[in-house]
Design a protein around this ligand. Structure first.
Ligand SMILES: Cc1ncc(COP(=O)(O)O)c(C=O)c1O
Length: 415
């Protein structure tokens, strides 16, 4: 493509950013797709200082193409790819030092909860769990902590679909000289770009919608174009006083980088992100509307959590900050674990599995699957009951998805 993709719309950028041969001087063939540089090291031209490529943990051209692509899609300055979403989260949280604190959404992916509670805490970082959908709770937690240096948000949250007002929370965090980090896995930059709303960094599990085909595990961390120098100066653990430099340093020093083949897969998945997200959204909205109708008609659905529903407390904020989109993740409660088991085991198009965001529809029981490592008392307090079901709505024909849920609901209520 001859035009600079940075001047184009989202789908054009998703297809071209990072791929275009003009951006890849290392590839003399001008291959239309980014080659997989399956190498661990590079021949050095001589004993020069700072060769462009030295060792694959530090630089890899396939990874660099992916990093340029995701940074561009999120509107960020830098992207850094890691071996999993958790590895990317870990790299971002490594800016915190013992004695510092992080305010975090109480409802997050179970692995994120486990990392904060069972790993980060052991390194002496204080953790304040709050309902970040209540801006006043964020404000109180930031004010109560002596050394809050980060606010960490998932919105929509996993699995309760709580919505956080990112612009409001960015202002609170920045007033207190804390970074705002947002896990944007559920919405993707196609619908929601937290950096434009004031966040300082975005993290993704690329395992989900970005790769989109359930065939690779990965993560990326993207930094904002400009971050208040006073916030960075308040972080003594930050490498070289710069967040992007810190992430590169963590790739090199801790080594949890994404392998070249996985980078290739994510790059390929990203090329269809725009069309996939449109269809995920359409199927998600239609299925949520169907479930809402079933609930009104008195089916056994107790609670339906989807930000696209009028009665959802975060509906207006979500509409405003995510371009009118609500996503393809839906949670609902069937009232008893036995009914949930019957529903999940009756599904014929949806697959009972952890994960989300792939072309195929998945269903899971967070309490015993994705969120099993959240302490039981915390799950109870949050409302992640033993009968809460989470759906990731895929790209199959909508009619097949609705028919599947309908027959499984019937089997669930036939005691
Ligand atoms: C919202 C969210 N963030 C992060 C992660 C962790 O990503 P990974 O499984 O790629 O380590 C997950 C995994 O399910 C997730 O759902």
């Amino acid at each position: 493509m001859k035009l600079d993709p940075r001047r184009c719309g989202f789908a054009t950028r998703a297809i071209h950013l990072g791929h275009d041969p003009a951006d890849r001087p290392e590839d003399a063939t001008r291959a239309i797709t980014v080659p997989i540089y399956q190498t661990s090291t590079y021949e050095q031209p001589g004993l020069v200082d700072d060769p462009p490529y030295e060792y694959a943990r530090v630089q890899n051209p396939t990874r660099a193409a992916l990093e340029r692509n995701v940074a561009g899609l999120e509107g960020g300055r830098s992207g850094h790819a890691f071996a999993s979403g958790m590895a990317a989260i870990q790299a971002l949280l490594s800016v915190l030092s013992p004695g510092e604190e992080v305010v975090v959404s109480r409802d997050v992916y179970g692995g994120t909860n486990r990392y904060f509670n069972q790993v980060l805490r052991r390194f002496g970082v204080g953790i304040r769990w709050v309902d970040t959908s209540r801006v006043e709770e964020v404000e109180a937690a930031v004010a109560a902590g002596e050394r809050v240096r980060m606010v960490y948000v998932e919105t929509p949250s996993n699995p309760l679909m709580e919505i956080t007002d990112l612009a409001a929370v960015a202002e609170i965090a920045h007033r207190a000289r804390a970074l705002l980090v947002v896990d944007n896995t559920f919405m993707t930059p196609y619908f929601q770009r937290p950096l434009e709303l004031g966040a300082d960094a975005v993290v993704h599990s690329t395992t989900k919608f970005l790769n989109g085909h359930s065939d690779s595990l990965g993560g990326v961390a993207i930094t904002a174009g400009s971050i208040d120098p006073a916030i960075l100066a308040a972080l003594p653990g930050l490498y070289d006083g710069d967040l992007a430099a810190h992430l590169a340093f963590m790739q090199k020093s801790a080594g949890g980088v994404l392998a070249p083949f996985e980078c290739f897969l994510v790059l390929r998945g990203l090329r269809t992100l725009a069309v996939r997200m449109e269809q995920h959204e359409d199927n998600g909205q239609r299925l949520a509307a169907y479930l809402a109708r079933r609930m009104e008609e008195g089916s056994s659905i107790d609670r339906l959590l989807y930000p696209g529903l009028d009665g959802h407390p975060g509906h207006a904020i979500q509409r405003r900050q995510a371009g009118g989109a609500f996503g393809a993740m839906i949670s609902f409660d069937l009232g008893s674990r036995e009914a949930a088991r019957r529903f999940l085991e009756a599904l014929e198009v949806f697959t009972l599995a952890e994960s989300l965001g792939g072309v195929e529809s998945l269903a899971c029981l967070p309490a015993s699957m994705t969120h099993a490592s959240v302490p039981a008392a915390m799950r109870r307090e949050l409302g992640i009951s033993d009968s809460l079901i989470r759906l990731s709505v895929g790209l199959e024909c909508y009619e097949d998805l609705e028919a599947d849920v309908e027959q499984a609901l019937e089997r669930a209520s036939a005691a």
